[in-house]
Design a protein around this ligand. Structure first.
Ligand SMILES: *[C@@H]1O[C@H](CO)[C@@H](O)[C@H](O)[C@H]1NC(C)=O
Ligand SMILES: *[C@@H]1O[C@H](CO)[C@@H](O)[C@H](O)[C@H]1NC(C)=O
Ligand SMILES: *[C@@H]1O[C@H](CO)[C@@H](O)[C@H](O)[C@H]1NC(C)=O
Ligand SMILES: *[C@@H]1O[C@H](CO)[C@@H](O)[C@H](O)[C@H]1NC(C)=O
Ligand SMILES: *[C@@H]1O[C@H](CO)[C@@H](O)[C@H](O)[C@H]1NC(C)=O
Ligand SMILES: *[C@@H]1O[C@H](CO)[C@@H](O)[C@H](O)[C@H]1NC(C)=O
Ligand SMILES: *[C@@H]1O[C@H](CO)[C@@H](O)[C@H](O)[C@H]1NC(C)=O
Ligand SMILES: *[C@@H]1O[C@H](CO)[C@@H](O)[C@H](O)[C@H]1NC(C)=O
Ligand SMILES: *[C@@H]1O[C@H](CO)[C@@H](O)[C@H](O)[C@H]1NC(C)=O
Ligand SMILES: *[C@@H]1O[C@H](CO)[C@@H](O)[C@H](O)[C@H]1NC(C)=O
Ligand SMILES: *[C@@H]1O[C@H](CO)[C@@H](O)[C@H](O)[C@H]1NC(C)=O
Ligand SMILES: *[C@@H]1O[C@H](CO)[C@@H](O)[C@H](O)[C@H]1NC(C)=O
Length: 620
């Protein structure tokens, strides 16, 4: 028998063909394809993303026993969506693309939502309960179709916000390609749309349209997902914000979340939160990048466009996110230290959750992530305030303090600066501790100095007061907010110039400041000698810190607060209504009540140093 000789090329071809045929045979034996279906057969054979047309049913011994093909009765150019399985697509200006969520997937199996975050965060749960109640009552499923814009066109000439994609829905077999003028329009804002349909029992058709326009060039890219469990992508805008601006310096800012639980420290929910790997993340963007507003509600949009982030996977130069229980009430919360900012700039900060916080992407309920409404924050101008947090004795301190960048480098010198302030406070506290030990704290109640307060209360109040007074909260010298007190005017600026050589120096008023101890030096002499920050402004400690100290401690310790009109205003500030959005005085754990709106409140106008009397008072 003649042997057919094949050239090397032919050999390869034959092998290839055999393999293909074998594969095809294998495929035919494994599946029962419904060749009647009208979808792009082409793309389903070639592309690796065909899994949105099929459901793999591998419940028997792990092997793929059967592939059931969902039979979409769809027109050409309509792609099917599977449950919790996002599809990503580019779309050019003027184009319309169509999708469907087939009945089989709508009534098909639900995804596993997982246990979620530890309890105590009431914000998410009411919604989930609602959904379950609905499901119980109805025969069909509630379905969610959500859209995230990941990329948008741009303008060559301006940093304008491009138009939004459009989303249209139809549930009618007669209109399988909804688009402009047909179907129900769903509003798309900030690169986000969410459509919810209760009791869905038949195919749902979706059209995504990229509006015609000539002002922008490029394409959009979007992610669309359908789910019978819950929205795959989420945007939340709660009445009470979930993210707060704590403070900034000229290159970094500290943000914290709301309390994540109200549980007590001895409860498991509290401990679970403190042990948790930080579940939330943050994106931040300079407000001069206006086009980001076009995708501000979209996780993938922010991931692609926001220049700054914290705790986002696979991003290099990550900013720090940690769990902390610092702040009012001592409840667990997550904090974000965002560095690499420009000075004198306004930023948007968006709290987000990547997927469900432990998993993301295909197959995960809520795998597209959650975005919360943006907050505003801004950076300082001058370089002699440094944002500090995470001190060991004054553990509640988290704000900017006077610094000297030449002595304490903003990149590496902050721990040293923190240690300087912290050890000074700890040393002063030790003197107080000795004094307190002379007080009969642990006697019968009749011999106790007060029935209402104990020595523990006194020690707590003293520590609060001491940290706030010896570690002043620093603001730009150039800031004109009326509740700020100028300090250390007697020293030269870090650049070597002095206040009196400043062009804005007014010989009358400013000379008076220069001649007063309260304004020509700092409250804490250590600052002028060891830090040498030059002139800065101080946010005064809140007056209630002083009242609390006096009321909590035995009279024999000799604490007294200055009287109103006779020095109180020079050393302490008043709290103003939180709704005004300003931080008019410093207390430990303070955060801006949101968005750093620089509204101005009536201020305090005189200077003094009555606190010194207090500092000395207890030492006697
Ligand atoms: C854009 O304009 C073209 C031509 O007028 C039209 O066919 C198309 O449907 C338009 N696209 C959208 C999204 O309106
Ligand atoms: C997130 O989803 C994955 C996969 O669905 C699940 O295993 C995990 O428990 C979920 N995480 C949370 C915090 O619910
Ligand atoms: C923007 O610039 C690109 C090339 O640089 C050009 O092709 C496009 O037409 C320009 N678009 C607009 C709207 O000017
Ligand atoms: C936790 O402590 C509080 C008082 O601090 C107490 O009332 C409560 O019973 C404690 N709870 C548990 C679970 O131990
Ligand atoms: C993130 O990194 C991991 C491991 O380096 C990689 O497997 C994964 O695909 C990356 N994810 C993204 C979204 O880049
Ligand atoms: C956190 O809880 C504490 C006490 O429970 C409360 O005083 C504080 O205002 C809460 N913080 C926020 C940001 O709501
Ligand atoms: C800082 O400013 C420069 C110049 O304006 C800009 O290019 C850069 O994106 C800004 N960076 C941040 C983090 O805002
Ligand atoms: C906070 O300080 C402790 C030690 O006091 C240190 O172990 C920890 O890494 C610090 N955390 C951050 C975020 O700097
Ligand atoms: C105060 O003194 C007591 C008794 O000597 C000691 O146990 C305690 O740790 C001291 N507190 C501080 C903060 O040093
Ligand atoms: C007071 O006495 C109790 C027990 O009698 C003790 O646990 C506590 O530490 C004492 N407090 C002070 C401040 O000495
Ligand atoms: C601050 O003012 C006091 C009182 O007028 C004066 O004695 C002192 O020299 C001034 N200090 C500086 C550094 O100007
Ligand atoms: C030195 O710094 C101060 C505060 O930052 C500023 O007001 C002043 O104009 C600067 N002087 C010079 C000569 O740069």
């Amino acid at each position: 028998m003649p042997i057919i000789k094949l050239s090397p090329l032919q050999t390869r071809f034959a092998a290839c063909l055999t393999a293909s045929v074998a594969l095809l045979l294998l495929y035919l034996t494994l599946t029962k394809p419904h060749f009647a279906y009208a979808l792009e057969l082409d793309s389903w054979i070639h592309s690796e993303n065909h899994n949105h047309y099929i459901i793999l049913d591998d419940d028997e011994g792990g092997g793929i026993e059967e592939e059931e093909i969902i039979l979409p009765r769809a027109e050409d150019g309509v792609s099917a969506l599977a449950n919790n399985s996002p599809q990503n697509s580019n779309i050019g200006i003027g184009i319309i693309q169509n999708w469907m969520f087939p009945k089989d997937a709508i009534t098909g199996p639900h995804g596993d939502a997982g246990p979620g975050l530890p309890s105590g965060r009431s914000k998410d749960s009411p919604k989930k309960r609602e959904v379950h109640e609905l499901k119980d009552r109805q025969s069909g499923s509630t379905i969610y179709i959500t859209l995230n814009t990941c990329l948008q066109p741009s303008s060559n000439t301006t940093d304008a916000i491009p138009p939004q994609l459009e989303m249209y829905i139809s549930t009618s077999l007669a209109n399988q390609k909804p688009g402009p003028g047909s179907g129900t329009a769903v509003s798309v804002t900030g690169g986000y749309a969410s459509f919810e349909l209760d009791d869905a029992t038949s195919d749902v058709y979706v059209g995504i349209a990229a509006p015609n326009n000539t002002a922008f060039s490029g394409i959009w890219n979007y992610e669309i997902a359908a789910s019978n469990d819950g929205p795959y992508h989420r945007f939340l805008d709660p009445e009470k914000p979930n993210l707060y601006f704590v403070d900034s310096d000229n290159h970094a800012a500290l943000l914290i979340t709301d309390n994540t639980t109200q549980a007590l420290p001895n409860e498991t929910a509290y401990q679970d939160w403190m042990k948790l790997s930080p579940p939330y993340s943050v994106f931040a963007s300079n407000q001069n990048q206006r086009s980001i507003l076009g995708i501000r509600k979209s996780f993938c949009g922010l991931r692609n466009n926001a220049k700054l982030s914290a705790n986002i996977k696979n991003v290099t130069n990550q900013n720090v996110a940690t769990m902390t229980n610092r702040g009012l009430g001592g409840k667990p919360k997550e904090q974000f230290y965002i560095a690499g900012l420009n000075s004198t700039s306004k930023y948007w900060g968006m709290l987000v959750m990547e997927g469900n916080s432990t998993a993301k992407g295909n197959g995960v309920v809520g795998g597209g992530g959650t975005v919360w409404a943006a907050i505003d924050f801004e950076t300082k101008t001058e370089n002699n305030c440094a944002l500090m947090y995470n001190l060991s004795f004054c553990s509640e301190v988290a704000y900017a303090v006077p610094t000297n960048p030449d002595k304490f480098s903003p990149e590496s010198g902050l721990p040293e600066l923190a240690a300087l302030y912290d050890s000074n406070a700890a040393k002063l506290y030790q003197y107080f501790n000795y004094s307190l030990q002379q007080i009969p704290c642990n006697t019968t109640s009749s011999a106790q100095y007060s029935l209402a307060r104990t020595c523990d209360d006194c020690a707590r109040a003293y520590k609060q007061w001491l940290c706030a007074v010896t570690i002043p909260r620093c603001e730009d010298f150039s800031s004109s907010s009326p509740f700020l007190k100028p300090r250390n005017l007697g020293q030269k600026f870090i650049n070597g110039s002095s206040v009196s050589s400043d062009p804005s120096f007014s010989s009358g008023q400013d000379q008076a400041l220069l001649n007063a101890v309260a304004s020509n030096s700092s409250r804490n002499p250590l600052i002028d000698s060891e830090v040498r920050p030059g002139p800065y402004k101080e946010v005064l400690p809140c007056e209630d810190l002083c009242y609390d100290l006096v009321q909590s401690c035995p009279a024999s310790l000799g604490f007294a607060c200055p009287l109103s009109g006779k020095g109180l205003e020079d050393s302490y500030g008043k709290r103003v209504d939180a709704a005004e959005g300003v931080l008019s005085c410093s207390y430990l754990g303070a955060a801006f009540y949101l968005s750093g709106v620089s509204t101005v409140t009536p201020g305090l106008s005189m200077f003094g140093m009555v606190f010194l009397a207090l500092l000395v008072g207890f030492i006697v």
